[in-house]
Design a protein around this ligand. Structure first.
Ligand SMILES: [Zn+2]
Ligand SMILES: [Zn+2]
Length: 250
């Protein structure tokens, strides 16, 4: 597109956006109030101030922050129970307050409008470029029936955003969900692990590259059992190294 036409198009888009802001003021996904700063479009400053950013000391295995726990233990109590087969885990924020609302918007309301805000949030974490590097990012797959109903896989959407934070990272749908597991939310910890065991397999026709780093991406890390089951499927399929990455940690 020529630069003049491009400029006009940009201006038209700006005018439209300003007009829409007047007609439909942007609301914060955290509290429903207006968003008045120009940095984030859908997260107001007070809600952002309440976000818990996981960038201090955290469990090396799953990424859960050490909230006053002894940092002598390298692995948190949750991981001692889970026995993760993945090498490392990382999450950006705690799943509470605005952190929880972001997940709901992504999961149930197709939070595509959050794209720019989430990209900005991800850029805030300076260590992510190294953590992600040139890995193959694998979204936790939905069952095909659920994906048809929902029309959107939030983990795939996030994997695309995370790939931009890496250096040469790619998103590949390396896994499929072979069983339509019931929603995990009502299950207890032990039930969750049994529920997702053997629920994932390497996608038909997909060839694992043993020399690559694989990172399984989910919207939220709850007990870790889903991510662990995905990691196990990748390792069984020949992956040499598997890590996990989630937007929020439960
Ligand atoms: Zn708010
Ligand atoms: Zn842990």
């Amino acid at each position: 597109m020529g630069s003049i036409a491009g400029k006009w198009k940009e201006r038209a888009a700006e005018a439209t956006r300003a007009g829409l802001d007047l007609v439909f003021p942007r609301h914060c996904v955290g509290c429903g109030g207006p968003v008045e700063d120009e940095v984030y479009a859908f997260m107001c400053a007070p809600c952002r101030a309440g976000l818990y950013y996981i960038d201090g000391a955290y469990c090396r295995a799953c990424g859960y922050p050490y909230l006053g726990m002894s940092t002598a233990d390298r692995v948190c109590p949750n991981c001692r129970e889970l026995r993760p087969v993945f090498e490392r885990g990382r999450a950006l924020v705690l799943h509470r307050g605005l952190g929880g609302r972001l997940i709901i918007e992504l999961k149930y309301h197709r939070g595509l409008f959050l794209r720019d805000d989430l990209a900005r949030l991800i850029r805030r974490f300076a260590d992510l470029d190294v953590y992600i590097g040139d890995a193959v990012l694998v979204p936790v797959p939905l069952h095909p029936r659920k994906e048809r109903e929902r029309g959107f896989n939030q983990s795939g959407f996030l994997a695309g955003l995370f790939a931009e934070a890496g250096e040469g990272a790619v998103v590949e749908d390396a896994l499929v969900r072979t069983r339509d597991t019931d929603s995990q939310t009502r299950l207890r910890r032990e039930e969750r692990a049994g529920n997702v065991k053997n629920a994932f397999a390497i996608a038909p026709g997909y060839a694992i590259r043993g020399e690559k780093n694989y990172i399984v991406v989910d919207d939220v890390y709850t007990t870790g059992s889903t991510l662990n089951a995905c990691a196990r499927a990748l390792l069984d399929g020949g992956a040499g190294a598997v890590r996990v990455l989630a937007l929020a940690h439960g």
